[in-house]
Design a protein around this ligand. Structure first.
Ligand code: SF4
Ligand code: SF4
Length: 201
């Protein structure tokens, strides 16, 4: 599911089907930047619990200074009527949440042009996507040849040549599992400049 909307819908499907009774988020030490392995630990000092995992996500995103309705999973929850996506509507108990809010938390960069959905015609968006897709770039000088990227690549489009990973970008689905799981941060995501500009729209 390389498309953000389908992927976030699938995550919400799983949550709805599993009907969690009580959800917790351990934010004592969070991770900012590009996770789950390439980010940086950040002390936040908070644990959140809620009978609604949807409201919990709204509060968590607000704590890291991110507008909840910009998060694809929260967007899907709002579309389905699972929550309103509005921090102010949520009844909070416990410590004052304001003291945990971080305005300088490093948010991961947007990795696709799904943010253009509904803003430009679909045919134009598909053309732009073809030209502007981010791509994984392997930094061979850092690579230690562990093969974790190969083992984690869903379509199996990475091969080892002389103990260095080479990717077939024509078959790459841009899931970035390789980048997330590389233990030595030897995989970068190259984003065309125009995509960076469009992601600010
Ligand atoms: S996961 Fe990283 S270190 Fe391991 S082979 Fe791939 S690029 Fe090299
Ligand atoms: S982003 Fe990485 S893991 Fe995903 S398909 Fe492309 S090469 Fe494979």
């Amino acid at each position: 599911m390389p498309n953000n909307k389908d992927f976030s819908n699938a995550l919400v499907d799983i949550c709805v089907a599993s009907k969690p009774v009580l959800s917790f988020m351990d934010g004592i030490v969070g991770m900012e930047g590009a996770g789950p392995s390439a980010g940086d630990p950040r002390e936040v000092g908070v644990v959140i619990a809620s009978t609604s995992p949807y409201h919990l996500d709204v509060v968590a995103t607000s704590i890291i200074g991110l507008e909840p309705t910009k998060v694809p999973t929260v967007q899907r929850c709002v579309e389905r009527g699972l929550c309103k996506g509005n921090f102010d509507d949520i009844d909070l108990k416990g410590d004052k949440i304001e003291k945990f809010i971080l305005n300088d938390f490093v948010i991961p960069e947007i990795r696709s042009l799904d943010l253009l959905d509904g803003k430009i015609p679909k045919f134009l968006r598909d053309i732009l996507n073809g030209f502007l897709q981010p791509k994984p770039v392997f930094i061979h000088e850092k690579c230690v040849g562990c093969r974790d990227c190969i083992n984690s690549c869903p379509p199996q489009v990475i091969e080892m040549v002389e103990n260095k990973p080479i990717v077939n970008l024509d078959e790459c689905i841009r899931c970035f599992c390789c980048q997330e799981l590389c233990p030595v941060e030897a995989i970068d995501i190259h984003r065309p400049l125009l995509m960076k500009l469009l992601s600010r729209l």
